[in-house]
Ligand binder design. Structure first.
Ligand SMILES: [Zn+2]
Length: 398
């Protein structure tokens, strides 16, 4: 068993589970006579993994047309049916918890998915949901350009203009069941002469501060899509707890994130997945981010930024295993143990769930996975999960 908390491997581990909770963990513990025994000797056991950035209501979109195809031709019920498959996929991939950071136009369907999972109607991970996300008027898909102007195109976010609408959006989303508030802090990335990247901040200071303020007083947390300093610094100063993507963060961003304890979900794999296709469609910026990201990742990790495993699954097709993210993290400077911590202990901490998920400890939920190969020797072993238990129930076994 990999004990990421104590950064050690425990041979001959016995995990005693009572109902949905872990009761006792240790080496060669005696097993009560009436216990059901699941023998995972020959496997490596870990706590259930956590993906800090998913979209179960999306099915991968390289171009704006791919996105429009889903938003315009699939009803919200149809998209939700597809999302039930995504939820099951995430669980079978070994992710017993996800933070799903917005429905991309599917309104509050994530709240229903979470409810259906919690009520045992469908199989899926524990979900923390962000509902509709917030951006300013005209700054998100579907854009009005490209369609007849007399049509009111559906939007992938809740659009606001002004601080009052910003507050209203947060209050509405929380009233419908949002666990997190998600914003899109910047857009329209471009490179300047010195080689660094900039963007346009989406919100005025009044708007973004109103969102941060409203989120904080409700004792919820704010996740901010932000790619360059023009989004990252604004969002952190408004109280964001996590920066999503952050591909082009500079040293000042890194220092600020360390100082304020802000989490970073690097979402490496989605950028790899979209880069070639977007370049072919005339937008090569993701290729530039691919070149930049190894350096940024290594620098942020060394500086002590709290990196939370987050993939943007759904931004890429759910047929791709989100655990592919691990290999990049290790290639770019993390030890396998650090990458595992990122998807367990660090993610649990971001979600304010320390002690409940992301560790194999007495009192924690019985969320466990097992893999055949040792992921400390070969991190891609986590792409081949053989056993999944969530909340004491087995969903997959060798
Ligand atoms: Zn995303």
């Amino acid at each position: 068993m990999i004990d990421a908390k104590r950064e050690q491997v425990v041979e001959n581990a016995v995990i005693l589970i009572d109902g949905n909770l872990i009761k006792q963990v240790g080496q060669n513990l005696s097993v009560p006579k009436n216990a059901t025994v699941i023998d995972l000797s020959g496997f490596t056991v870990l706590p259930g993994l956590i993906d800090g950035h998913t979209h179960v209501l999306l099915q991968g979109d390289i171009t704006e047309e791919d996105y429009a195809e889903q938003i315009l031709k699939e009803s919200i019920p149809y998209r939700t049916l597809r999302a039930t498959v995504a939820c099951k996929t995430a669980l079978m991939n070994g992710f017993t918890t996800i933070r799903d950071v917005e429905t991309e136009g599917a309104m509050y369907a994530d709240v229903d998915l979470k409810k259906a999972i919690n009520n045992g109607i469908i199989d899926g991970p524990r979900m923390f949901v962000a509902t509709r996300s917030i951006n300013t008027t005209g700054h998100y898909l579907l854009r009005n350009s490209g369609y007849a102007w007399e049509l009111h195109m559906p939007k992938g976010v809740q659009e606001i203009t002004g601080a009052d609408e910003a507050r209203r959006a947060v209050r509405e989303q929380l009233s419908y069941g949002a666990d997190w508030i998600k914003i899109y802090a910047d857009r329209s990335y471009y490179q300047i002469a010195d080689g660094s990247f900039r963007s346009i901040p989406n919100f005025t200071a009044e708007e973004i501060n109103a969102i941060g303020d409203e989120t904080r007083v409700s004792r919820k947390k704010l996740a901010a899509h932000a790619v360059t300093r023009d989004g990252i610094i604004y969002a952190i100063n408004a109280g964001a707890s996590s920066i999503e993507h952050g591909f082009a963060m500079d040293n000042e961003c890194i220092d600020l994130m360390v100082k304020k304890g802000v989490y970073w979900c690097p979402t490496i794999y989605v950028n790899v997945w979209v880069a070639e296709g977007r370049a072919a469609a005339g937008n090569p910026i993701n290729k530039a981010f691919n070149d930049l990201l190894p350096v940024v990742f290594n620098k942020a990790h060394k500086a002590g930024v709290k990196i939370c495993f987050g993939t943007d699954a759904g931004g890429f097709a759910w047929t791709e295993n989100q655990a592919k993210e691990f290999s990049y993290m290790v290639k770019w400077g993390m030890t396998p143990m650090q990458a595992i911590k990122s998807a367990t202990l660090v993610a649990a901490e971001m979600l304010d769930q320390t002690g409940k998920i992301g560790e194999v400890s007495p009192g924690a939920f019985a969320d466990l996975i097992a893999v055949k190969e040792d992921p400390l020797k070969n991190i891609s072993a986590l792409e081949q999960v053989a056993f999944v238990m969530k909340n004491g129930k087995v969903y997959k076994r060798p």
